[in-house]
Design a protein around this ligand. Structure first.
Ligand code: TRP
Length: 333
């Protein structure tokens, strides 16, 4: 029996944070064993939020992202890693699917509303609006069974299902309806200084996010500065509403070690926050330094990186062309 298909995308819009790592990437090696995986660097999606940058800079980000994927364990001999813009089938199907997507449902996307709100004084790109349709094209082209995403992408994924069902209802079972794999126990890593919002690659306050490529010193400083609370005596306990800072650090530690939060609460019972942070720092550095070592090794070898993208695109084209042909045939008949 052939393997089920898993598809996921990451924007090359900045360096990856430990939020990306804990949420998703650390599970990819596990997925690689079970599924045929497509890992897509979604550079077209990145255009929706990138300020006008030189091509060189986006190129570099793409190579950085690829090298990071590799250093987190993605293996190009097992999985298909490719650049979205190298496979024209994505934009082609995007346009077709936009005929099956409704203005009302796209307007209700919370990410869209959020981004519009952030940039109140600037005009709103159409691409920001149709962003989820391109995601639908990404996913549906490969007859994807599973899509691992963070909570923030769940609504987009539900819309992908809606669009696929709508198309299928009219034309027969063309698209596989993808199932969502939500990241580890809904783990969502929050900003260090403001644990009520998500840790993000593009946060203006750099102290909010720990990047996989941060120096040891800056990781230490950011972690020690991270917001806790003034419980007296200090209490290392998961309580998202009253102790969002400590809860967030517990989630990070749990995700990195695989230990349950309840076990960590016992382990750090009666410890100071300083001690708890030091323990987290040790684990964090162990994980990050290992990734960095292999990152710098891969990042130097630009020919190797381009080879991976070239081969990945060839493979992705073969798979996606099958679906696109089917779609075009059925629309034209
Ligand atoms: N929009 C996703 C994000 O920002 C990235 C992405 C693009 C994606 N295409 C996808 C994720 C398809 C899952 C499936 O995180």
């Amino acid at each position: 029996m052939s393997k089920s298909i898993l598809f996921t995308g990451v924007q090359p819009s900045g360096f990856l944070t430990i939020g990306n790592y804990c949420g998703t990437i650390n599970r990819w090696t596990e997925f690689q064993k079970k599924y045929l995986c497509f890992f897509c660097i979604s550079d077209l999606h990145a255009l929706t939020i990138l300020p006008k940058k030189s091509k060189e800079s986006l190129n570099n980000r793409i190579l950085d992202t690829l090298a990071l994927y590799l250093s987190c364990g993605v293996d190009p001999s097992k999985s298909i890693i490719f650049l979205q813009s190298n496979v024209y089938q994505h934009t082609q199907l995007h346009w077709i699917l936009s005929n099956f997507s409704y203005f009302g449902e796209l307007s209700r996307m919370t990410q869209f509303k959020y981004k519009v709100n952030l940039n109140q004084n600037s005009p709103i790109n159409l691409s920001l609006f149709s962003y989820p349709i391109l995601m639908a094209a990404d996913i549906l082209l490969y007859q994807t069974n599973f899509v691992p995403v963070g909570l923030d992408q769940k609504q987009h994924l539900e819309l992908v299902g809606t669009i696929a069902r709508r198309f299928n209802k009219r034309y027969g079972n063309i698209f596989t309806i993808p199932s969502i794999i939500l990241n580890n126990v809904g783990f969502k890593i929050m900003a260090l200084q403001n644990p009520m919002k998500k840790m993000s690659k593009s946060d203006n306050n750099l102290n909010n996010s720990i990047f996989l490529l941060d120096s040891i010193d800056s990781i230490r400083i950011k972690l020690y500065k991270s917001l806790t609370d003034s419980s007296n005596p200090p209490e290392v306990k998961y309580d998202q509403y009253n102790k969002p800072g400590i809860s967030n650090l517990l989630v990070i530690l749990s995700s990195l070690t695989g230990k349950k939060i309840s076990d960590l609460e016992i382990e750090f019972n009666k410890c100071t926050y300083q001690y708890f942070k030091k323990s987290l720092l040790d684990i964090l550095l162990e994980v990050i330094l290992k990734i960095q070592k292999s990152y710098f090794f891969f990042r130097k070898d630009i020919h190797y990186l381009y080879d991976i993208l070239r081969l990945g695109a060839e493979n992705a084209r073969i798979h996606s062309e099958k679906t696109l042909c089917q779609v075009q045939n059925i629309l034209n008949s």
